[in-house]
Each structure stands twice: as structure tokens, then as C-alpha cells.
Design a protein around this ligand. Sequence first.
Ligand code: SF4
Length: 675
Amino acid sequence: MKKILSICPYCGLGCRFIINVEGDNITGIELYRNEINNGKLCPKGITAIDFINNKNRLNTPLKLVNNKHISISWDIALNEISNKLTNIIKNYGSNAIAFLASARCSNEENYLLQKIARLLGTNNIDHCARLCHSSTIAGLSQTLGAAAQTGTFNDILDTNLLLIWGYNPAETHPVIMNYILKAKYKGTKIIVADPRKTKTTWFADIHLDLNSGTDVYLINTIINLIIKLKLYNEKFIYLKTKNFKQLINSVKSYNLEYAEKITGIPKHIIYKTAITFATAKKAIIMWAMGITQHITGTNNVIALCNLGLLCGYVGKKGCGIFPMRGQNNVQGACDMGTLPNVFPGYLKINDTNAKKLSKLWHSNNISANPGLTIQEIFEAISKKKIKALYVMGENPAVSDPDTSHVIKTLKSLELLVVQDIFLTSTAKLAHYVLPAALYAEKEGSFTSSERRVQWNFKAVEPPGKAKPDWEILCLLGKKLQLPQMNYNCIEDITIEISNIIPNYKGITPTRLKEKINGLKWPCPHIRHPGTDTLHQIKFATSDGKAHFVPTNFTFPREETTTNFPFTLTTVRIVGQYHTMTMTGKSKSIMKRWKEPFIEINPIDANDLNIKNNDQIKIITKRGSYICKAKITKNVKPKMLALPWHWGANLLTNRLIDPYSKIPAFKINACRIEKV
Ligand code: SF4
């Protein structure tokens, strides 16, 4: 029996486990004690081999003919795709094509896809970080200069206070919840800001159940109090930051009376929060989509960074700014430059950097103009400006807001290519579907939420004619006659990444295969052990200082009306993942988490004569959706919470944060009816 060390294909923690293989078959999963999960897995991780041998895996290239997918050879598929892309570029220009990369594919695969896009002359490349943490990237870049978690998960065990904002690790990152509970047992104070009562808030010393979307008002009020009470870290601010005066002026008008009115949190609780946070000496601020997916997402992130900097809780052990990532390689996909406004390594898109890459990649085609984000790509498709979309391992027909609009848009394309492991809702619409290998069938590196880069080992062969994504991309690149597509193995791409991205310089395939716990970037040369704490000496900004950035509160949208009097928020649950492409194929997961439900407060349920398990129709301006009712005080009156995995984005709105272009999934005006 072979024992292959793997990485969990689900969330961004990077838990490892062993896959047992006999002959060509996977026989089981085994726990593995390492630095991250110490032999523990959540329900998703423990069932992560369930979908590998599913009979519906894609195993041959497909072409849409007369509304039916027929099987074709790799050669025909890649020739036709290459010819169509070339013709579209010839007729309409390079920006008539766009690419979606994948936070579930390896660093090498993401690097290669963005390289192909850029060698074809466009920066129209984005991925699902746009939908979860693009506001984090925008906020951290402005304040700290680096779009990454500043410390490691072990810091959670070494801190005095955890400020958990818009984040429910008990459902989304159970292994992190273990760290949090261990810390609590040791005496760490826990403050949770969340409009709902969740399994995480059960363990909070203070639960700030603020009204949805009022985060900036609450954070700025806390900042103002800390300044007034002179509880800020003067030395840190003097030595390591700039714009403190601007921060003071910007929060002056944020007062307790109005804060109580707007946020719904009593004054004395806000006061207690400010004192507890400022006097903790060591604190970590953690957040997730509860604050990022708003029209004020970037301002929410900036406000939390301002708060952390005010007390000097950055750049030392037991402190930090922790944006908690949802997908297993979302950090890596961003690092690799699958974003429309930066090249690999977050190199700004401009003339100088375009010339630099042109030289490295032997191409005259690199554009110095930023490309379009996912939402902008869909708008450009609607306006017939984009004619072709190439999607690797993403499922926008379910994951993006207002999915009826997305599906209509995808159907209008001249060319839609989807590279995936199953015939997803998006793949069903594709002119060409290319079968890909999944995590256990290929090698490559993945970067976790704490910047830990780990090597994933191959356990078994992919089914039928399916191929690893990087091999498909190399073949396509050659058909397109692009330079530098002759990679002999995936390690060749890892080495190119380490030559191009300074933070990955010391991260070579040989070291990754030896270091089972991985290496954390920045890892500037091949003898460097990797860095646990960012910003210890200076910040990653151009002047080496952290920047306070004043933020103003704006009222959340979409506003409720008499016709749509409820606020609907979308949430995640522990057993399901993203659009259920993988968890939906696990029998044990589907037995336990088989259907969606909507959380309704007992007062509203009583008013509308709704009982538990009644079928409820949820209606927004975009569409309607039916699921069972769950009556609970976890949500406030006039608030509804719905897991999104089963297709709830049919209901969500297309409003976006102007800075990061993240959609505002968290606030949707709706009404409900008993079916
Ligand atoms: Fe996988 Fe995340 Fe669960 Fe760990 S916590 S087992 S990485 S889904």
C-alpha cells in the first residue's frame, strides 16, 4: 500500500492528510499530525476523497453541437479553441477575450493561465478572490502594503485577545476554531462582531450583534474612544506609521450616542469593547466575508487595519491582522497575479513592469493597461465587447451575484471554454469542456491563508483522458504558438515562479518536497526558513511605514422598501463548500447537510404564520427561491440568513464596492411568502 501526503482541497487553512492507495485505487484517508491541523480534519476534509471516483467525472474533451455535448479528441478540441481565440483576437483585439483562474488550482496552474492571458495581450484575468477577499487585498495594500495575513495560526495561541469580525470559524474553518477554543481555555478574551448569533459567538466574552452594514460606524467610534482615552500605542504610531492626524480628524464626529442608534449596540458595550481591546497588550484581528462582501468592503477592512495599527498590534508575535481565506489556494492565485490590475507578485501594471515581463517572457505583447474584474467582464460580455471567456475551475453560473443575469451573459458568448472536473452549471453552457485532473491526481504547490506554501503529491492517475490543468494549458499555449510553453514537468513552472516573484525566490520544488510543513513567504533565498511575522522591521509600503487611511461610514445598500421589507444575508455552513461541485458528490455530506434552509426570527415567523420546516418563497428584484424555514433567534427581526451553496445567488444583487469591485452579497432587500 502507498501512503501519499496530500493537501485538503477545500478551505484556505492547508490541512494535510494521507491518501492510502492500493494498486491504482484509493482505499482510504488517514489523519496526519503536522504543524497546521495536528491530525484533525473538519467534516469536509475527512470526506475529501469521496468525489474522486464519482461516475460523473469528466473524462474526455466535449464540444457543444446542436445543444448537446459530444466527445472529441484533445487535438481537435485544442486546435478549434486555439483557432477561435486567434480569430477573435484578429477581428476584435486582445481585450475581446477574458480568463477566469481558480483558487482551487495550484500556483503553477494559475501562473500559467495568467501568463497565457498576458502573452495574448490582455490583462482581462480574474478569479473568485474578487467575490470573497478583493476588498481585503485593496484595504491591506493601502494600509500595510502587503495583501496577506501578517502572522501564523500559532499566534492565536500566543495572544491575549481575539477580535473576530464578520467571521464564523465554527462553520467555515473548524480547525481554526480548535485554535480559538484552546486560546480561550488559556484565558484569551474573545470579542465577536456579527449581526447573527453563531456557534462562534457562543464562546465570545463580548458579542457585538451590530446591525448589518454598520461596521465602519462601530469601528470608527471605537477608534475615537481609544484616542480620546489616550489608550493608543504612541511609540508604535510615531515610529512606524503615518497619517495619524488625519485619522484623528476623520473619527472625531463618531460618537457613542449615534453609534448606539445606528449599530444597535448599547453604549456601555461599545465602551467596554474599546477599553478591552486597547489594553490587551497583544491582540489579533480576524475577519472574513461578513465584512468584505459589502459595498463598503474596502472601507471595512481599512477601518479594522486602522484599529489594529492604533494599538500597535501588527509586526510582533501574538498579534496580527488575519483575513481568513475561503479556498485552498486563494492566496496563491492572488500571489501568481491572476488579477486584472497586477502582474505576478503584485507588480503594478504599468509601462515599466510590462517591459520587464516582456523581456522575461520573450514577448512584445504584454499590455500595460489594467484589465477587467469578473463583474466588469460580465458587463463587457453583455455589451458585446468581450466575445470569448476561458474558465479554469470556476463556476460563475452559481457563485456570482444575480445568476440569471450571469447565465444569460454566458450564453451570449461566441466562445466559452470550461476546464473542470465535473460538468458544472457553467460547463453545461460551454462550447468546449476540457476534463481536468483533481488534487489527488496531480502535483503542485498551494499557498495557505498564513502564506505557507506546501507541495501536493500525486496519488492516482486521472480518469480517462483527463489531464492536469497545467498540462492542458501548456498544450493550448503551444497550439497558440506562444513563447516559453515547453515545460517538461510542473517543477519547471515552480522554478520560473521562484525566479519571477521575489517573495517566492527561496521556494523551490526540491525544498517543498523535503519540507512537509512547507515554507512561508517571504522566503527571499534558498537558505531562508520562511517568515512567520510580517512587518517586524518595516511595512511593505513604498516608505516602509503603515498608513492610517481615513474612512467614512455610508449607509448599507440595498435598502429595504415596503415591497421588500427584509434584509437577506448569505452565509456558509460547515458541511458544504462553495457551489457544491465537490461536497455535493459526497454521500455522507449530503446525508447530513442535504438541503438549504432560511433562518427567520420568531417574531417575523409569527407575523407571517410560518412554522419550522414550512416551505418559504424568498423573493428579490432578481428572482425567487424556495427552501425550508428554520425559526431561530440567531437572526434579528427583519433579518434572514440563507446558505448560498444551493444556488441562492439567484437572489443576490449586483451592487459592488467601488474600490475592490467585490459584490455586496451580504445585504439584499427581499420579501418572503409561505408556499
Ligand atoms: Fe480542509 Fe479547511 Fe476543513 Fe482543514 S478546516 S480539513 S483545510 S476544509
